[in-house]
Design a protein around this ligand. Structure first.
Ligand code: FMN
Length: 116
């Protein structure tokens, strides 16, 4: 499939091999503060492409992602995120948009008429 991630990193940023998914789930924690180190393009692309593998009802994929790298824009975003420092602190912030119109368009219901 064309949108599957390719050439994604096989090591962590410290050079260690990637963790098994079970260990990654156990080690995952919310992050309070972020370093300002740049996120390499291949890592960012892998995050977005792996995220896009998520399934969705009727395969509608009613989401869009906006990558915010610009510092001024991250500061603007911080204002609508309860002024949380991490929003402007992290070198990249990803806005996840849910496309509510997809659900109100009646598309799933029209599908049910075709495939009762
Ligand atoms: C949908 C969602 C939204 C969240 N929003 C924030 C947030 O705005 N600010 C924040 O500091 N943490 C946020 N968190 C992190 C949670 O507070 C955190 O996951 C929870 O306290 C459990 O801690 P842990 O992730 O380290 O296990 C969010 C988590 C989820 C799942």
């Amino acid at each position: 499939m064309q949108d599957q991630p390719r050439n994604f990193p096989t090591t962590q940023s410290n050079g260690e091999p990637l963790k098994p998914i079970t260990q990654a789930i156990l080690d995952r924690r919310a992050t309070i503060h972020f370093k300002s180190d740049a996120v390499p393009d291949e890592i960012l692309e892998a995050i977005l492409k792996f995220g896009a593998q998520s399934p969705s009802g009727y395969n509608l994929q009613p989401w869009r992602f906006i990558v915010v790298r610009d510092q001024e824009n991250r500061k603007r975003l911080q204002k609508v995120a309860f002024m949380q420092p991490k929003v402007a602190e992290a070198p990249v912030t990803i806005i996840c948009l849910g496309m509510k119109d997809v659900c109100s368009s009646g598309f799933p219901l029209s599908l049910m008429k075709i495939f009762p």
